[in-house]
Every structure is written in structure tokens, then in C-alpha cells.
Design a protein around this ligand. Structure first.
Ligand SMILES: *Cc1c(COP(=O)(O)O)cnc(C)c1O
Length: 367
């Protein structure tokens, strides 16, 4: 069965083998050397002034970012489940939260962010997804971040890049905190969160807030190639392996270009067989199709050895999401598009004529 859900994503065999060694003790020169090499690779990946690895799922990094960087009021962008989560974290910690809320297919605009900043002069941080995975939409993070910084450079910009880091090159010039996680574009098992920080963020963090996610404690330790608490040793080994694997396969720019082409080819193939895309501005990490029969399409796809994700909450059964994150062979991605067309035929919706396959290849190979 091809796992084509937008997280978890398949772990490459070489990475699984790298993680199969004996468990290392985390306070040893041997592990610290691995930690240091992985840190160097993360600086290249994120392009930020500081990087941290946290033993938690992605949500832990979101919580750490909010409590350490939003001291008076958070502006959270809610166009889906993950944006909503930023607001819930703030509320759970007694931090005031203003929210810009949209249907899950609609990104936030620069104008409404500007308006929220004008009416709430006490906002000191904004939290936004680069890709909101609930509907696969791409927020205009770069434009929003630049408006925020023009308004007041002291406002911290927290960008959740869990389905964007490793997908596309992110302009971090106005981002203070960039979050990533192991089980999406980084092709690892779940359990490791990654965070990039700007120097301005480090200054604001000061002596830190919280306990487990006190970022000041982590910065101090990780600069010495160790962690405040027990490190996720096996996942760190996996992360070094996966980042080296990306290099061996042609590097980050090639990964970004291939991912963009796969996404484009899949979107065009879906449209060519009469399907509708859900988000008004799709991200390249996944293709989300809106369809009344989404649930049936998903179950029929299993007959063709393809596993894609549905939605959550109110759009649980009315969308399906095809992953594009990671090092994916074009023949697999092409089969997925073909399988959707086969499923439509099987459901009596449209007679199979190979259109999805043909369009995918034409777009992917630029014919
Ligand atoms: C998966 C995901 C998360 C974090 O989820 P965890 O289950 O805590 O790892 C956060 N934001 C986005 C955009 C995601 O896709």
C-alpha cells in the first residue's frame, strides 16, 4: 500500500537502517558529535540564527513558541485545525488571544492582519501556519510577516512550517520562529519537533518561560550540543541521516523543485478528470480535493493500493488529501493520480481513458 497521507509520510529505508543501531546514551561525546552535525544541517535547512530540537510532537514546539514569545497578546490566524490550536494554546496559558478566522479553504489577508494590529496595540506576537494542513492551503506568510514588521518590528512572527519546511524554500527574513516536525516533510517517525529562532526572538525569550518548553534552557544547552532533558536520540540520528540523504539526492533546491512539479502535476491531473481543488490558494505539500464522494473515493483507492487522508471535523468526509512531502518517486505519484481516475471509473462517475496519467506526465516532465 502506498502511504500518501500528508503525515505521517514514509521513512526511507536507509534512514530506518540508520536508526536501527543500539540506543546511545545522550550524555556522551559520541551522541554530542551526532547532535552537532545535525545542528549544522538544520542551520542550512532553516536559515535561522539559532536552531533547537525538542523531544515532542510538533504541537510541543507550537506551545513553546507561544509561551516564550507572546507575553501580552497573541494574534492567531485560524483557517483550520492547526491555526485554531495556536489560539487554544494561548488561552490554556492565560495569554490573551485575538483570532482571524476563516473557512478552511480561505487564507488570511494582509489587510485583515493590518486591521487587527491597528485595533490591538498590545499584540506582541502573531502565529500563523505557512501551510494549514487541515485544508492544504498556503497562507501568504511572507507578505503578512513583512506588514507585521513594518507596523512594529518588536512583534514576534511565529510561523508553523510543519508542512512547509522541506517542501519549499521559505523566506525567513521577517520570521522570528520557524517550526518543523519530524513526521511530515522530514520523512521520520513522529516525536521530534524542530525550531529555528531569530536573534530578536532569542532576545525576547530572555530567561524563558514555562518549564519543559523553556526555550532559554534549551538554547543554553543546545549551543553546547546537548539538551536540557533526555534527547530523542534515535530520531536525531534519523534526522542527520534524512538530511544527508536529501543532499545525496541532489540537495534542497532539487527537492523543492521536484515537490513543486509533483504538486502541480497532481493538481492538473485532478482538474483534468473533473475534480475540484478545495483551497483557494493551494500549498505544494499536498493536493486537497473537495468532493461529496470523498470518503468513497478514499476507500476505493485502497483497492489500488493507495492510502490518502480524509479531512477533519466538518469537512471530514468531503475532502481527500494527497501528500507531496518527502523524496517521492515520480512513478508513485503518477500511480496515485491514475488510481484516482480508476476509482472514479469504478464508482461509475467517469469512464477511464488515462487522462490523469497523461496530464501528470505531461506536466511533470514538461512535455
Ligand atoms: C501535523 C501538524 C502539526 C503538529 O502536529 P503534531 O501532531 O503535534 O506533530 C502542526 N501544524 C501543522 C501545520 C501540521 O501539519
Amino acid at each position: 500500500m502506498l502511504l500518501f497521507t500528508p503525515g505521517p509520510t514514509p521513512v526511507p529505508e536507509s534512514v530506518r537502517i540508520a536508526m536501527a543501531g543500539e540506543t546511545l546514551h545522550h550524555r556522551t561525546p559520541e551522541f554530542e558529535a551526532i547532535f552537532e552535525r545535525t545542528r549544522i544541517l538544520l542551520f542550512e535547512l532553516l536559515g535561522m540564527d539559532e536552531v533547537l530540537m525538542l523531544a515532542s510532537s510538533g504541537t510541543g514546539a507550537m506551545e513553546g513558541a507561544v509561551i516564550n514569545l507572546a507575553h501580552s497578546k497573541l494574534l492567531s490566524i485560524n483557517s483550520g485545525k492547526f491555526g485554531e490550536r495556536f489560539g487554544k494554546i494561548a488561552v490554556a496559558h492565560g495569554i490573551a488571544n485575538v483570532e482571524i478566522k476563516h473557512e478552511w479553504d480561505t487564507p488570511a489577508t494582509v489587510e485583515e492582519v493590518q486591521a487587527a494590529l491597528n485595533t490591538n496595540p498590545d499584540i506582541d506576537a502573531i502565529a500563523i501556519q505557512i501551510c494549514e494542513s487541515a485544508g492544504g492551503l498556503r497562507h501568504s506568510v511572507e507578505a503578512i510577516a513583512s506588514v507585521v514588521k513594518a507596523h512594529n518590528p518588536a512583534i514576534m512572527v511565529i510561523a508553523d512550517g510543519i508542512t512547509a519546511v522541506g517542501v519549499e524554500k521559505i523566506d525567513v527574513s521577517n520570521i522570528d520562529c520557524l517550526i518543523s516536525g519530524s513526521q511530515k516533510a522530514l520523512m521520520l517517525p513522529p516525536g521530534l519537533a524542530i525550531m529555528g529562532l531569530s536573534n530578536a526572538a532569542i532576545e525576547k525569550i530572555g530567561s524563558g518561560k514555562g518549564y519543559y518548553f523553556n526555550l532559554a534552557t534549551e538554547i543554553k544547552n543546545q549551543r553546547k550540543n546537548t539538551t536540557a532533558w533526555t534527547a530523542a536520540t534515535t530520531l536525531t540520528i534519523g534526522l542527520e541521516s534524512v538530511l544527508n540523504r536529501i543532499k545525496a539526492e541532489g540537495g534542497l533546491d532539487k527537492l523543492y523543485a521536484d515537490t513543486a512539479r509533483r504538486a502541480q502535476a497532481t493538481r492538473e491531473a485532478m482538474k483534468a478528470i473533473g475534480l475540484l481543488l478545495y483551497p483557494t490558494k493551494p500549498a505544494d505539500s499536498m493536493t486537497t480535493v473537495r468532493d461529496a464522494d470523498a470518503k468513497k473515493i478514499r476507500s476505493t483507492l485502497k483497492e489500488f493500493d493507495v492510502n490518502v487522508a480524509g479531512g477533519q471535523d466538518h469537512i471530514k468526509d468531503s475532502i481527500f488529501r494527497i501528500n507531496h512531502m518527502g523524496l517521492i518517486a515520480p512513478y508513485e505519484a503518477c500511480w496515485v493520480a491514475n488510481a484516482v481516475e480508476l476509482a472514479l471509473d469504478k464508482m461509475g462517475r467517469r469512464v477511464y481513458d488515462g487522462t490523469a496519467n497523461s496530464v501528470f506526465n505531461t506536466v511533470y516532465f514538461g512535455l
